[in-house]
Structure formats: structure tokens, C-alpha cells
Design a protein around this ligand. Structure first.
Ligand SMILES: [Zn+2]
Length: 255
């Protein structure tokens, strides 16, 4: 049983002025460097001798979405202190843009032992709503670009916005991906429409430092996350294309 965490950016103002996407919707995922260090230290203490891995025997694994500049500037350095590895999912259309990793940064991550996957070319917020051929292109073009840049096949990806549909899975399989990471908070892994599907537990900026350990250790904490995710799914279905704007507005209110 492996609890796979979904991080985004880790913010250390002294190292990166900006990392990843901005706006209230993206801000909630940004974790401060101090909090990240506490989370990592907590996991190390709770699972002595264990390192993050996707293997069945590992209690937890680490993934980072969007390819924000903090991946190389901050995250990789913290992980290197423990000899830990992670998956980084990159938006290829943003490679080298301000706030995002560069091609050389990406190669450095691979050289250090990390795994790179695609997070599409343009990060459409409602990937599942696009025409099928466009979904295939999002997966295929990004996968080919990454494979070319890294000189090795890239076979995994994560779904922007986290919403997975049949078409999204089928298109990923058609584009040559074998493993797709979603934002569904579940430890269940399954095969569907020709691709493996792996759920993940989001790490939010406001999560307490011990939140990650709690999710890795307690089924109850995971169940609460699953319930919240289902409730959000109902809102997403009800609001359709208006959902991202409404969600952003609500997040602003709370902030
Ligand atoms: Zn994303």
C-alpha cells in the first residue's frame, strides 16, 4: 500500500522569486520551504529506513506537478539531503518560461535519479472537455518532446486539474503512456482503457506539518480526503465550465 502525495511548488523566497502558476487556485498548493522540510522530516521519522517509491512495499511516494522552478531550485536539494527521489510532471509548453524549470534543469533532475513525466503541453484545466484528438495531442506532443529532450522514453503523466475521464485515459494510452496519475485521493491502483491509473493525495499549503504522516498512516484521514474530493466532484459536475472561476472566488473569500 503506497500513499502517493501530490505536491506543487515549494516556496523559498531567497531562491526563487516565483514558481509555477499563480492565482488563488494555484496558491493554495504552494508549500513553504519550512513546512516542506517538516513534512519530509515527519515522514522520515514515521517510516525509518523507508524512502519514497511507487513500489508496493513503500509506504509513500512523492510527486510534483506543473514543473515550477522550485523543482530544481528547492525541492531537489531537500530530497538530495536524504537520498530520496520523486516524480516531476512537467508542462512542456512552459519549459524555460519565467517561474518554470529549464531544459537543463530537467536534465539535471533526471541525472540525479528523479523521474520525469508529462503534465500535457498547455495544462488545459478541463482536459476531459476537449475534443478527443486534442487530448491525444496534449499527451503525445508533450511525451515526445520530453523523450527527445531527455534521450529516454517518458511513459508516465499526471492529469492537469486531476479530473480523469475515459477519453483522457484512452488518449494517454494511445499517446504511449503506461501510467497516469490523477488527483483522486485513493491508494487503489488500477488498469483502465489501456493505461495504469494511480490516485494521489494533494498536499496543501495550509496542511499541518504532520498532515502527510497522518495520511500515510491512517485510513480515517484518507477517507476524509476521499469524501471531500467526492463533494468537490459533485460541485464540478453541477457547475461545469464555471467551476474553476467559482472555486477561485471561494478560495479568495476564505483567504
Ligand atoms: Zn497542474
Amino acid at each position: 500500500m503506497t500513499v502517493v502525495f501530490m505536491h506543487h511548488d515549494v516556496i523559498d523566497a531567497s531562491k526563487v522569486r516565483r514558481s509555477g502558476f499563480y492565482g488563488a487556485g494555484a496558491e493554495v498548493y504552494k508549500v513553504t520551504l519550512d513546512r516542506f522540510r517538516e513534512q519530509i522530516a515527519g515522514l522520515a521519522a514515521a517510516f525509518p529506513g523507508k524512502a519514497p517509491k511507487l513500489d508496493a512495499g513503500a509506504p509513500f511516494a512523492l510527486t510534483f506537478d506543473d514543473g515550477g522552478a522550485s523543482a530544481t531550485e528547492v525541492v531537489a536539494e531537500v530530497l538530495a539531503e536524504r537520498g530520496w527521489y520523486a516524480h516531476f510532471f512537467v508542462v512542456t509548453g512552459l519549459l524555460g518560461m519565467p517561474g518554470f524549470v529549464s531544459v537543463s534543469g530537467l536534465r539535471a533532475l533526471v541525472a540525479s535519479g528523479h523521474t520525469i513525466g508529462t503534465h500535457t503541453v498547455t495544462h488545459p484545466h478541463r482536459l476531459q472537455a476537449l475534443p478527443y484528438a486534442r487530448i491525444v495531442r496534449e499527451w503525445q506532443d508533450s511525451r515526445e518532446r520530453l523523450s527527445d529532450l531527455l534521450g529516454q522514453p517518458v511513459d508516465c503523466g499526471s492529469v492537469p486539474g486531476g479530473c480523469c475521464s475515459r477519453a483522457v485515459r484512452r488518449a494517454a494510452a494511445q499517446a504511449g503512456l503506461s501510467l497516469l496519475f490523477t488527483s483522486e485521493p485513493t491508494i487503489r491502483r488500477y488498469e483502465s482503457d489501456g493505461v495504469g491509473v494511480c490516485g494521489r493525495f494533494a498536499v496543501w499549503g495550509r496542511d499541518p506539518a504532520e498532515g502527510a504522516v497522518r495520511l500515510a498512516e491512517r485510513a480515517y484521514a484518507r477517507r476524509m480526503r476521499a469524501l471531500r474530493w467526492q463533494a468537490l466532484g459533485v460541485a464540478k459536475n453541477a457547475l461545469g465550465p464555471a467551476y474553476p472561476a467559482v472555486r477561485e472566488g471561494l478560495l479568495r473569500l476564505r483567504a
